[in-house]
Design a protein around this ligand. Structure first.
Ligand SMILES: *Cc1c(COP(=O)(O)O)cnc(C)c1O
Length: 372
């Protein structure tokens, strides 16, 4: 018997979430961001739900190879571009688009021998100060690229630091616009938050939007909006079981450090999920959990392989009861957003979905056999 813990990916939820982005950004092409193994969902599982994309963006050549192996013939963008000259050969061979964010990448391209000229996305640092050419250096980078026989088409990309927050995107948009307005080529600016909040405006949406987190059913601007308010569905359910129970009396404590003390008689469940499965240890008492599809709470500290939950709100719960740590209860259809669990740990849904441990089997509910 395998240990009762499972991550289930829901391709139908991915389809639904992709549709929400299409509605929010009408006429924009969708470049689905599936880096980090599709935000921890497994690229193959995610692809099952994202075939309607217009393109995909990945971080690594290996991820691009996996997409091509699934027969994806459409656009694939290497979001940080190449890491060494040899990668350019793979770009030629696999027909990959790549970001160009620094002079070194242009030098490599200039020295690259290829029959197939490349499409590149010239990246501007419009204020985030991560990757990209500053506006002052952008046009000379463009001129250099434009003179290369290795380059067929140049598009423009920038990334927002505050699309989900009060600072917003206007300052970066202004910088980008000033430096690119007279250059020919497609543009891409919007991540998930900007796609939902701003891309209904055709002047703001660009040619391509680059949704990531929203596809996976997490709200890009939580807690300002919840996933439910954005009409998103969780693409992953992390589930486990009650494998032990205890009956407590007033004064009894739970777990390492005795951080929870019962104030009266109570029935608790011990669940087959711990921080070694990727459930955050920083989640404390009162973090929401679903047992048999009913919302209850975590008690005490999360340990390596187990955590404890309050069974008092769940009549009839006991050994073998289904526990959903985040996602959707197959039993009642109730959902628990990963955003709520992440908030309890002082982090964001992104980090939790990317951190599901390798020891947790992952399945896709439209496909019978488990696959990593
Ligand atoms: C990851 C990433 C995105 C997607 O961000 P979300 O917040 O997940 O939508 C968009 N653009 C770039 C350059 C990225 O690296």
């Amino acid at each position: 018997m395998p240990r009762p813990i499972l991550a289930t990916i829901h391709p139908q939820a991915l389809r639904h979430n992709l549709e929400q982005v299409r509605k929010a950004a009408p006429d924009a092409k969708l470049m689905c961001m599936v880096k980090a193994n599709a935000y921890g969902h497994g690229l193959e599982h995610a692809f099952a739900g994202l075939r309607a994309a217009d393109g995909f963006a990945v971080l690594e050549i290996a991820e691009a190879q996996r997409l091509r192996a699934m027969d994806w013939r459409g656009p694939i963008l290497l979001i940080e571009g190449v890491f060494e000259p040899r990668d350019l050969e793979m770009c030629s061979r696999l027909g990959l688009w790549h970001t160009v964010h620094c002079d070194r990448q242009i030098d490599w391209l200039a020295a690259h021998k290829t029959q197939v000229p490349h499409r590149v996305f010239l990246k501007m640092n419009s204020g985030m100060n991560r990757l990209g050419f500053t506006p002052e250096r952008f046009r000379s980078a463009y001129a250099r690229l434009n003179a290369l026989t290795q380059v067929e088409e140049i598009s423009f990309i920038t990334h927002f630091s505050d699309a989900d927050g009060p600072r917003g995107t206007a300052h970066q948009r202004a910088v980008f616009e000033r430096a690119t307005h007279d250059l020919p080529g497609e543009r891409t600016l919007c991540n998930s938050a900007a796609s939902l909040l701003e891309a209904s405006d055709e002047h703001l949406r660009g040619d391509w939007v680059r949704p990531g987190i929203v596809l996976f059913g997490s709200s890009p601007d939580y807690p300002a909006h919840t996933a439910q308010q954005w009409n998103l569905q969780p693409a992953m359910t992390l589930s486990a079981q009650v494998i032990g129970t205890q009956q407590l009396q007033a004064g009894d404590t739970v777990g390492y450090g005795s951080t929870f003390t019962a104030t009266g008689p109570m029935h608790i469940g011990v669940v087959s999920c711990g921080y070694a499965d990727g459930y955050p240890r920083l989640c404390g008492t009162d973090t929401p959990v679903l047992v048999n599809g009913v919302r209850t709470r975590l008690l005490g500290r999360v340990s390596m392989d187990m955590l404890c939950v309050d069974l008092m709100p769940v009549p009839g719960a006991g050994l073998g009861s289904e526990v959903v740590l985040w996602g959707k209860s197959p039993r009642t259809g109730a959902t628990l957003s990963i955003d709520e669990v992440a908030a309890a740990a002082g982090t964001v849904g992104y980090e939790l979905m990317c951190a599901v441990a390798a020891r947790v089997p992952m399945v896709n509910d439209e496909e019978a056999t488990p696959r990593k």
